[in-house]
Design a protein around this ligand. Sequence first.
Ligand SMILES: Cc1cc2nc3c(=O)[nH]c(=O)nc-3n(C[C@H](O)[C@H](O)[C@H](O)COP(=O)(O)OP(=O)(O)OC[C@H]3O[C@@H](n4cnc5c(N)ncnc54)[C@H](O)[C@@H]3O)c2cc1C
Length: 372
Amino acid sequence: MHDREGSFPFENFAELREAGFYGLTVPQRYGGAEAPLAVYLGVLEELARGDGSTALAFMMHLKTFGQEREAPSYPERWFAHLCEGAVQRGELVNTVATEEGLGSPSGGGVPETVARREGDGWVLEGRKTFTTLAPVLHHFIVLARIEDGRSGDWPRIGNFLVCRGEPGLRIVETWDALGMRATGSHDVVLEGVRLPADRLLNEREAGSPDPRAGAGLAWFALGLCAVTIGVASAARDYAVGFARERTPNGLRPIRELPGVRSKVARMDLLLQRSRALMTDAERAWTGQTSEGMPPIDRVAVAKVETLNASIEAVELAMRVVGGVSLQRSRPLERYFRDVRAPLHNPPLEDRALEQLARRALDGAFEPPRAAE
Ligand SMILES: Cc1cc2nc3c(=O)[nH]c(=O)nc-3n(C[C@H](O)[C@H](O)[C@H](O)COP(=O)(O)OP(=O)(O)OC[C@H]3O[C@@H](n4cnc5c(N)ncnc54)[C@H](O)[C@@H]3O)c2cc1C
């Protein structure tokens, strides 16, 4: 229903809140469960089996705490506020970075959204796109160009904390996309939003690395892997169930057909490989393995491979099910649309491949080492 209408699944979030999941990745010192990366991935995969949109949207909230736990970049007082908001008050948080002109901020561009220093505070002006969770977000972490009269060679950019209900903050319901239609990823308009000086959470020169370094990427990219594996697994299970039951004209069950059998086997191969790569990156990132490719590159490998494999697995599921897989009364066409959306979340494939190529081609020559 939400997919069809592009509406937001408020009831799913009410259930997640009720079950205590808002604090899953929040540190224990602020009352959260402080789930490790592996548990976070398991939860996302399971949620995505049921609904990709809910899983992807919830990931945006959960990853914030994982990233900050590992590589703190916000003032502790504001991090505590976000954590206690999630655990005690059921408040959701997400990053509000993308803009029409800027495209993906991971490209290192400068946002048009501006934060001007006025008196003892800031005034924000701009328009953001792709703000997942917009219908329910309480905390908007807005990326803006800083204009405070301090000169330097490069423009400075920073993340500002804006809270729902603050004058000048407006949501425009623009999200009407092919996939992940129930994520409420609308536009956010900031018109003269006045903030106290201490709402600047972190800052850097445009084009310089994210202050959370690899932690920013690992929690985000591996979360996307878990979501796409979950969606593809749901498609696989549907196709397998269908193949076991379907007997056209009461003759031979389609599960006996060699073409169907090899497609089902191939789906399992793709999913098994995806899970193995995601787990490999998670274990390397958390220091459980240290040989071979550096952890951050394994994250890039997992993102690229898992997404492409999940897309292929859903396509195979549709071929197994045949013509009725196109019907909107069945879930496969939704899986088909949802599974490809995270292709457009960072790290984008070209940038991930460039990251791998840079290490291989531009640094000192390192012959590949076999794992011992
Ligand atoms: C379902 C969904 C949810 C999202 N949720 C959020 C959210 O909550 N908050 C948020 O801020 N954003 C969100 N986004 C936005 C997302 O993170 C990207 O910013 C957005 O998809 C635009 O990325 P892009 O690469 O297409 O844009 P562009 O930067 O315009 O890129 C266009 C194309 O050019 C390529 N390209 C551009 N620059 C380079 C380069 N230097 N090297 C190689 N290739 C390049 C890109 O790979 C892409 O193919 C979401 C996106 C989706 C799909």
